[in-house]
Ligand binder design. Sequence first.
Ligand code: NAD
Length: 344
Amino acid sequence: TRVGFALVGIGKLTAEELIPAARTSEHARVAALVSGEPDKAQGFARALGLTDGDAYTYEQFDELADRDDVQAVYIVLPNSLHREYATRAARMGKHVLCEKPLGVNAEDAQAIVDACREAGVLLMTAYRCQYTPEHWAARDAVQDGTLGDLRLLHSIHAQVEDDPEAWRLKRELAGGGPLPDVGIYSLNTLRFLTGQEPEWVFATQHQPDGDPRFQEVEASMSALLGFPGGVSATIQTSYAAHDTGTLRVMGEQGSLNMDPAFPYDGLKLSLSDNDGTRQPSFPEYDQFTLEFDHFARCIRSGDTPWTPGEEGVQDHVIMDALYESARTGQVVRLPTHTKRDAFR
Ligand code: NAD
């Protein structure tokens, strides 16, 4: 039987992506839904062939403890609520799949890792791009020497957020602006591709006066990150620039370009060297199905997920440093322990 998940929060991502993806998953199924609106949760439950009894309110969340057929909880709530629900799920002995960003800062995210470790449950940060064949092909090209020695890395991830009331623009709920929401893809992917951690960062951010959207969080950030061996990266992110998601890696012998790099489908990878440019093609897939299947397999085998909680914490450590740099105007050095594979 498939591993049962309770989905917590039925917003856009849950309704439009996760529920359809779970339907086609080989190893995972939705067994329960948790929402602030009972009618909505029951409607989705029935559409999935479940019963009204499989729909829970946030107040009833702890009743999931009695559900042996719910082995995992997938947290799809505004960022500042991840910690509370992840911790409560872990205490019930449920494995936790948590949306990115893992928390609102490194300390908050580390508390989730600690709670899951203490409870002896698995924790996975939902970094969907790390489960796609395009991103793995890019990683292979970077790591197998196809591009030669690495020199320059670049990524932009931007979109327009136009509702001043959106939780994404409230510091307390989101933890920051475009950086932890979309810029995190640039950061996480460059770490994934290189398998390296930045040693220092420098950032500037823009928060325009008088724009009701950006009273609490930055509108845009531009950052420079120093990776080992003199490899430097630029990352730019914005909530006030037209939809863009691009990734470039330049080595001495070749380069790669992914554009778009981060949507749910239609990713395009091209690899260039002195002989020309090729655009490999890949089979179709659903990123969220891949993610569900990966975590379900880990739950069955007891293996640590490919993107564990520590991976989410590390991005927060770097994002905290980026904000510190933007605030102080100084380069911020990062601890050097953080080779990605160290925590596997
Ligand atoms: P959303 O606004 O569409 O949905 C959020 C849900 O949380 C809603 O159902 C809302 O009712 C509920 N909620 C509970 N308490 C709330 C509160 N105090 N304030 C506001 N809403 C509250 O958001 P979303 O786009 O589904 O994002 C949810 C999480 O998923 C976030 O952590 C986000 O970063 C992540 N996300 C990830 C991806 C991805 O590609 N992996 C895409 C979108 C969102």
